[in-house]
Design a protein around this ligand. Structure first.
Ligand SMILES: CCCCC/C=C\C/C=C\C/C=C\C/C=C\C/C=C\CC/C=C/C(=O)SCCNC(=O)CCNC(=O)[C@H](O)C(C)(C)COP(=O)(O)OP(=O)(O)OC[C@H]1O[C@@H](n2cnc3c(N)ncnc32)[C@H](O)[C@@H]1OP(=O)(O)O
Ligand SMILES: Cc1cc2nc3c(=O)[nH]c(=O)nc-3n(C[C@H](O)[C@H](O)[C@H](O)COP(=O)(O)OP(=O)(O)OC[C@H]3O[C@@H](n4cnc5c(N)ncnc54)[C@H](O)[C@@H]3O)c2cc1C
Length: 642
């Protein structure tokens, strides 16, 4: 099963080898539980481990393999980030995709050797979503052949970029490029921020940390202002766009090609979300098979809480989602790598499809991951609320994904633009022009669903039902939009008035893609036992998801009430079938105790003893009487007693 999850036997084996090596290297372990550290201590601890990794990484992993890097990162540095998180996740990808060969030769080897630390600085205090209204300017000075970076007012301060505040000395900065008074829109520039020897901010740069956040507190998200700060013309990233010495602008082959670093993260973050969901579920499911509370049959001893159907219903559909996200994520990464290769050689025809797909997936996956992790926390009762479970930290980190790389509603609306264009093709009789991901929009469906009507139909009737609801909602939302425009509404006003319906269409389309990716994967599996276990999970997935969106299929009679009862019964049936495999389905992800950082989710199940040990190690317990008591509470009580 681990081979299915991680992509191959080799990958699963490599993960085990890496975890085993890390287990033998105490210098790479947390020196104490992260929840007992202050933010400064955590940052220090993370930087300490990062420098050891820089020295020893080659002994543990193949540093050119992103999957191995990611695993090493999760084990050693953990989910809460590190002082170089953005360096690997966005700075290097931005240089790789957007810098010319010559620029790459100059900067990439230095970045890869970690001579310099970089980040991606785009969002500002006043604008994150609406990139066209970013306010930082890069004005070309023909006389000196330099760009002058400037922050015209407080809302133009860069705000949020990870590791910008304290760790990075370089950044890819996105600014509006102005040449001879003409604004060419946002473009990426390579900018040195700090002196390479002293690490002091360079003159003309204001920089710092934006303060503590809901989670991710090892990352120094920062602010950045420029006061007429000059950089050479050749620091504009020039793989696709060029500015010649005389100010001539050579436009890129696609207007949004400079957005590739964002698409990179949107594509890669899906499996990251799956890992966080599976981690939280692993903790909650293991604990649920240790925790005994109450009886189902009063004549029997107390049961493991995992025996309760409500507990299974809380956890198991999310187990199915974690697998589904992992499989859909793996497909998306492959597609992204393919499109990136094509883009580099000038073929930009697949960018719109990739953008639409990753926008929808990013939104649905992060939202459902958040839901699943929070349910996992609640499923652990009181101990889930303790930082000893570590689930709240996983939740805080995962939920950030709903906002970064494009706020979820906004990204769903991006997919909706693509769906509406596709609907227009269907309506004008040009269904043959639909891309493969939306081809179903042009296919006539049966009048009613055949779920429970055709024996042994596998998952086909389920997929058709998801296609039906997705198609119907897309065409309905598009009709609403076109109808408003026909009545004379301006395009943008009409769009806003339909946006809730449009986003519903985007979610349904994305959920269909996730179901299909799960079906595709299960169909590929040769090993009978693995196929059986995953088929059970897929049964739970399709029935649970369909029940969740049933109103769309009920309202036009595509599904009947009796079919809905059948679907509900299937959910209960598969909860029971999955129960014996539940812990193994999560143990198969092979998270080590080092990586999980959870007292509740320990592999050995020795929860109570270790919770007590953990509590005793709290800094508050170093002394029996705290100074808050001697200084304030004790005198108060004494005064009251007089
Ligand atoms: C330490 C070791 C680690 C090793 C790790 C190794 C590997 C892991 C790798 C990856 C990471 C994995 C996990 C991640 C984990 C942690 C993440 C940590 C930190 C997170 C860092 C976060 C960073 C950020 O948030 S950066 C800032 C992101 N900002 C945004 O996303 C802004 C959102 N807004 C937009 O994207 C745009 O403004 C907009 C909403 C799309 C609109 O753009 P605009 O220019 O205004 O568009 P319009 O003029 O309206 O034109 C729209 C037109 O263009 C089309 N379009 C838009 N974007 C694209 C695109 N990207 N591609 C193609 N087409 C695009 C759009 O559809 C429309 O087309 P149409 O007119 O035809 O409809
Ligand atoms: C943990 C974290 C890490 C980050 N790291 C980085 C980084 O490394 N580099 C970087 O540059 N940035 C980073 N960001 C910033 C992040 O990319 C932005 O916060 C994000 O893109 C959302 O933009 P915003 O903050 O402007 O939200 P807003 O756009 O102000 O969103 C507020 C509300 O308005 C709604 N809204 C906005 N526009 C529309 C619209 N057109 N239609 C409908 N509704 C709309 C949204 O849906 C939301 O409900 C990070 C953010 C976080 C939380």
């Amino acid at each position: 099963m681990a081979a299915q999850i991680w992509g191959s036997e080799k990958r699963a084996r490599r993960r085990r080898e890496i975890s085993a090596k890390i287990a033998q290297m105490p210098e790479l372990h947390d020196s104490k539980p992260l929840p007992f550290m202050t933010r400064e201590e955590k940052i220090m601890e993370s930087a300490r481990k990062l420098t050891i990794l820089t020295e020893k990484m080659g002994q543990i992993i193949d540093p050119t393999d992103p999957a191995e890097l990611y695993h090493l990162n999760n084990e050693v540095l953990g989910l809460e980030g590190n002082p170089m998180a953005l360096h690997g996740v966005m700075f290097i990808p931005a240089l790789s995709a957007q810098a010319s060969d010559e620029q790459q030769a100059k900067w990439l080897p230095r970045a890869l050797r970690r001579e310099i630390i970089g980040t991606y600085a785009q969002t500002e205090l006043g604008h994150g979503t609406n990139l066209q209204n970013l306010e930082t300017t890069a004005t070309y000075d023909l006389a000196t052949q330099e760009f002058v970076l400037h922050t015209p007012q407080i809302t133009a301060l860069k705000w949020w970029p990870g590791n910008l505040g304290k760790s990075s000395n370089y950044a890819v900065v996105v600014a509006h490029m102005i040449i001879k008074a003409k604004n060419y829109g946002p473009h990426p520039f390579m900018v040195q921020l700090r002196d390479e020897k002293t690490h002091e901010p360079l003159p003309g740069i204001t920089i710092g940390d934006i303060g503590p956040k809901m989670a991710y507190n090892i990352v120094d998200n920062g602010f950045l202002g420029f006061n007429k700060y000059r950089i050479p013309r050749t620091n504009l990233l020039m793989r696709h766009t060029k500015v010649e010495a005389d100010g001539t602008y050579i436009k890129p082959p696609h207007a949004k090609i400079n957005y590739s670093a964002m698409v990179h993260v949107r594509a890669y973050m899906l499996t990251g979300q799956a890992i966080m969901l599976a981690s939280a579920l692993n903790i909650a499911t293991r604990y649920s098979s240790v925790r005994r509370q109450g009886q189902i049959d009063k004549s029997q001893p107390e049961v493991k809480v995992l025996e309760y159907q409500t507990q299974q219903h809380r956890l198991f559909p999310s187990i199915a989602r974690a697998y589904a996200f992992q499989f859909a994520g793996a497909e998306t990464v492959k597609l992204y790598e393919h499109v990136l290769k094509e883009m580099k050689s000038g073929n930009v025809s697949l960018m719109a499809d990739l953008h639409a797909l990753t926008s929808g997936l990013k939104s649905v996956v992060t939202y459902q991951t958040g839901e699943g992790i929070e349910q996992a926390r609640m499923a652990c009762g009181g101990h889930g609320y303790s930082m000893a479970s570590y689930i709240s930290e996983i939740y805080g980190v995962a939920i950030g994904g709903c906002t970064y790389e494009g706020e979820n509603m906004v990204m769903l609306l991006q997919l909706a633009r693509y769906l509406v264009k596709s609907a227009a093709l269907v309506k004008s009789g040009q269904s043959s022009k639909l891309g493969p991901l939306v081809a179903y929009l042009g296919v006539k469906s049966e009048p009613t669903s055949l779920i429970d009507r055709i024996p042994n139909s596998g998952f086909t009737e389920y997929v058709k039902t998801f296609q039906h609801v997705s198609k119907r909602q897309t065409l309905k939302a598009a009709d609403m939009f076109f109808g408003l425009m026909e009545k004379g509404e301006k395009r943008e006003i009409a769009w806003n008035k339909c946006s809730v319906e449009l986003n519903r269409a985007s979610r349904l389309h994305t959920r269909l893609f996730i179901v299909e990716a799960f079906v595709r994967r299960v169909n590929e599996i040769a090993d009978i036992r693995i196929k059986e276990a995953l088929t059970d999970l897929l049964h739970l997935h399709v029935n649970y998801e369909l029940l969740d969106i049933a109103s769309y299929a009920l309202e036009d009679g595509f599904l009947s009430a009796s079919q809905l009862d059948y679907i509900r019964d299937q959910v209960y049936l598969y909860l029971g079938k999955i129960r014996p495999n539940a812990v193994s389905l999560l143990d198969s992800w092979e998270f080590s105790d080092i990586e999980l950082r959870s007292v509740l989710g320990r592999r050995d199940g020795n929860v109570y003893e270790n919770l007590f040990k953990w509590a005793k190690s709290s800094p508050l317990n170093k002394t029996d009487v705290l100074s808050s008591v001697t200084q304030y509470l004790k005198p108060m009580m004494e005064k009251a007693r007089l």
